[in-house]
Ligand binder design. Structure first.
Ligand SMILES: [Zn+2]
Length: 311
């Protein structure tokens, strides 16, 4: 595959910094979210042609174990992440198994398609598979400007829910509302708990979608309705929290972890995207040679939506 665009994820920064998980074999190629055109196909590949625009799955699984067969690809024991355990898309050319290749239309450009796989498959699983979002829900989405945040706001609205977003600046709050959030709170100015309570007539959020972790844990619990669910897929501010088990059982809260997603979840998100009902948000593109500057923009939390590298 000839790479046309590769989106950044926090994953790239963690892999580059090292110290998490298996050690890498060098030279390592970063980059999880890849869009490009088919350069060549193996002799037994059907349904893919040279020159066709495609995206690649964020993760690769064995496709035959019980987890894979029931659609929980990211629970497969052989699951690996592109750009981490296998080479990624910071490159002119990359390769993939045909089953991990998804043809896309001309509805969006390559930099937009590259902004789709990891965050939309993750957010779809969080909201639909794990969170069971429904129209009567008020959903609290943290870090509205993050890739997962942008996807989560749109997916929650697609299912008819009411969305309260949080973000670290007024400008990001405005953008969160532009892409569909019903309200947004700047968490650097005040706690979101009061706003959530006001919005729900004192009830609290039915579903919390989080990738921030430690910094919002206490307030998220306080903002949850009795019987509420929390799904988290990341912990960018830290992993350690204290837990009042009494509070959890008395209020009948459900706390769930979620990790990436499966083929059917990516396909579901892609179907809605081809219908124009979901839209990737590209923050800024950089030439691949300026990957360091692109990483710095993400570290500085300046982005709203995805940062994309163009080889
Ligand atoms: Zn498997």
């Amino acid at each position: 595959m000839r790479v046309e665009a590769c989106a950044l994820n926090h994953l790239d920064i963690w892999v580059r910094q090292g110290g998490r998980g298996p050690s890498l074999s060098m030279p390592h190629i970063l980059g999880n979210d890849v869009c490009g055109v088919v350069e060549d196909v193996g002799s037994e590949v059907a349904g893919l042609e040279r020159g066709q625009r495609v995206i690649l799955s964020a993760g690769v699984s064995c496709k035959k174990c019980p987890a894979c067969l029931r659609g929980d690809d990211s629970q497969c024991r052989e699951f690996v992440i592109r750009g981490f355990q296998i080479p990624g898309g910071y490159a002119e050319l990359t390769k993939a198994h045909a089953a991990d290749v998804y043809p896309v239309s001309d509805l969006l450009g390559p930099e937009e398609w590259a902004a789709v796989p990891l965050t939309f498959v993750t957010a779809w699983r969080m909201l639909v598979g794990r969170g069971q979002v429904k129209p009567s829900d008020t959903v609290l989405v943290h870090a509205a400007g993050s890739g997962v945040g942008v996807a989560a706001i749109q997916i929650a609205k697609l299912f008819g829910a009411t969305v309260m977003a949080t973000a670290g600046s007024d400008a990001k709050c405005r953008k969160a509302i532009e892409i569909g959030a019903d309200a947004a709170v700047n968490y650097n100015k005040r706690s979101f708990v009061e706003d959530v309570k006001q919005m729900t007539g004192g009830r609290g959020a039915d579903l919390v979608i989080d990738n921030v972790g430690q910094a919002v844990w206490e307030d998220s619990l306080q903002a949850m309705a009795v019987g509420g669910r929390m799904v988290f897929c990341g912990v960018t501010t830290g992993v350690s929290v204290s837990l009042d088990m009494g509070f959890i059982y008395r209020r009948q809260l459900t706390i769930m972890g979620s990790f990436m997603g499966g083929r059917h979840e990516l396909l579901a998100a892609l179907r809605e995207m081809e219908r124009g009902r979901l839209r990737p948000i590209v923050d800024k593109t950089f030439p691949l040679r300026q990957a360091a500057a692109a990483h710095q923009r993400m570290l500085d939390r300046k982005n709203f939506g995805k940062i994309v590298l163009i080889p």
